[in-house]
Design a protein around this ligand. Sequence first.
Ligand code: SF4
Ligand code: SF4
Length: 440
Amino acid sequence: MLQRKKHLQSIVVPHQKDTAQKPTEVLPTPDFVYLSMSQHIGVPCNLLVAVGDRVQVGQPIGDTEGFVSAPVHASVSGTVVGVEGVRSASGGEDQLVIIEADKEQTLWENIQRPQVKTREDFVKAIRSSGLVGLGGAAFPTHIKYAPSKPKDITTLIVNGAECEPFITSDHRLMLEEAENIIEGSLLVMKYLELKECFIGVEDNKPDAIEGLARLIREKGLSNIQIIPLRSRYPQGAERVMIYEITGKTLDAGVLPAEVGVILSNVASIAFVGQYFKDGIPLIKKRITVDGNAVTRPANVLCPLGTKISDVIGFCGGYKEKPDKILMGGPMMGRAVFTDQLPVIKNNNALLVFSGRQAWIQEETACINCGRCHRACPFKLLPVQLSTAVDKRDLEALARLKVMQCMECGSCSYVCPARKPLSFNNKLGKNIIKEAAAHGK
Ligand code: SF4
Ligand code: SF4
C-alpha cells in the first residue's frame, strides 16, 4: 500500500457532500437539446446536419479535422430545428445545434460495438466515441491514448478524487458503475500495453474504495490497485494526483506520458467500459445539482445539451432567487450569466447559490501574511505575480512561473484579504500567451 511521507502543499476545504448518498436519477428526455460544437479544447466542430434533418441517438452531428478535437453526437432522436450562435460559458463564441426530441430515443442504425484488434483500432474507436476528459479539461482522450513514445508508458492512473465541495457525481459513479470502471481500465491497459493501473480515491469515500477493491479481488486482478488518498484540496488535480501516486513531478503543459503515465478521470474510464459493450457514443453526463437555491439537490444523468433550466426544473426548480450559477465546483467552476446554457461533456456539477452564499466579500489590503504562498502546491508567489500582472511585466511573470499555475484557487481561498489571486494568475497567463502570439 502506498504511504507517501511527503505531500504537495494542500488545503482543507469544507466538503458539503450533500448528495453523496443519493442514487443517480435519470432525467426524462427533454423537449429540446442544444448541442454545443465546442465541447473540447481545439477548433470547434463543423456541422454535419442542417435544419430540417431527422437525427437519431448517437448520430454524429458535428466533427472537424482539427487535431485536438472530438465529434459531437445527437443525444436525442428528433428533428434539427435550429442552429444558433451564442456566447458560451467561457465567454467565447459557440454554435448550438437545436434538436426537438421526438421522445422515441431511436438509436442510429450504424451504432455497433467497436471491433478492435490493435492499438490503432482502439484509438480510432475512442475518437469516434467523442470522448474528452470528463473531469474538467475536455482534452480529447484519443490524443492522450496515442502518445508519441508508447513503449515508454507503463502506468494507467484512474483519477477518482473529487476534492471540490458539493460535487459527488464521480463518487456516485464509483458506487453505481464499478464494473465499467474496472472493465474500462482493463481495456486501456490491454490496448496501450500498460503493466499497471492505480485508481486514486480519497479516503472520505470508503464505500467507493471498498466496492472497487472487492471487485478487483473477485476478478483476481493483480495489476490494478486502489490507492486511498488524503481528503485534501486539490487532490484531484492532474499534477498533484501523479505526484501523490508515483512521486513524479510534472511541469504545467507537459503531458503525463512524459513520465510514463496515462491519466484518465474515473468517468472517462467508466465510459470506455460501457462504450465497448454497447457502442453508444458520449451522449449523456452525470452531474451534481446542489446549492442553497436548489429545491431538491440530486445527482442527475442527463442528455448532453439539456438546458441548465431544465435540469434545475427536474430538481424542483429554484427555491430562492439564483444569484450565482456555477458550472463546476466552487473552487474551479465557471460562473455563468444565464440558466439557458446547455450541459456539455466536461460539466460535472451545477451549483446555484443565493443571498449570502453567493456573496463576494470585499477585497481589502494585503497584510503580507504569506498564506497564499504556503497554500500553493507548486510554491508560487501569488502576491508578486499579482504585482507583475498589474504592471504587465512579462519578464517577472516568466521568472515567477505564472504558467505553472493551475488556477486551483487555493491561494484565493486562504487569503484573509479576499484577493482574487487565482484570477490574476489567469490574466497573467493570458498576457504571456498574447505576447507569444505576437512574437514577443
Ligand atoms: S491558483 Fe495557482 S498560485 Fe494559487 S495556489 Fe493554485 S497553483 Fe498556486
Ligand atoms: S494571503 Fe492575501 S493577505 Fe496574505 S500575503 Fe497573500 S495576498 Fe496578502
